[in-house]
Design a protein around this ligand. Structure first.
Ligand SMILES: [Zn+2]
Length: 50
């Protein structure tokens, strides 16, 4: 099964790890484009692993 998680480009915090139900953009948007751990802007600094 496909899984994906978004990792903060600054602190490396994994902020999402579930099967893909919606676009990554929407996931990041649900966090107001900010890392919940360090507040880094996730609209530019994040990595996606699938
Ligand atoms: Zn972070």
């Amino acid at each position: 099964m496909l899984k994906a998680h978004v990792t903060c480009g600054k602190c490396g915090s994994k902020i999402y790890d579930m099967k893909i139900l919606k676009p990554i953009k929407d996931i990041v948007k649900s966090y107001n484009h900010k890392c919940p751990s360090c507040g880094q802007d996730l609209s530019t600094e994040f990595d996606i692993y699938i």
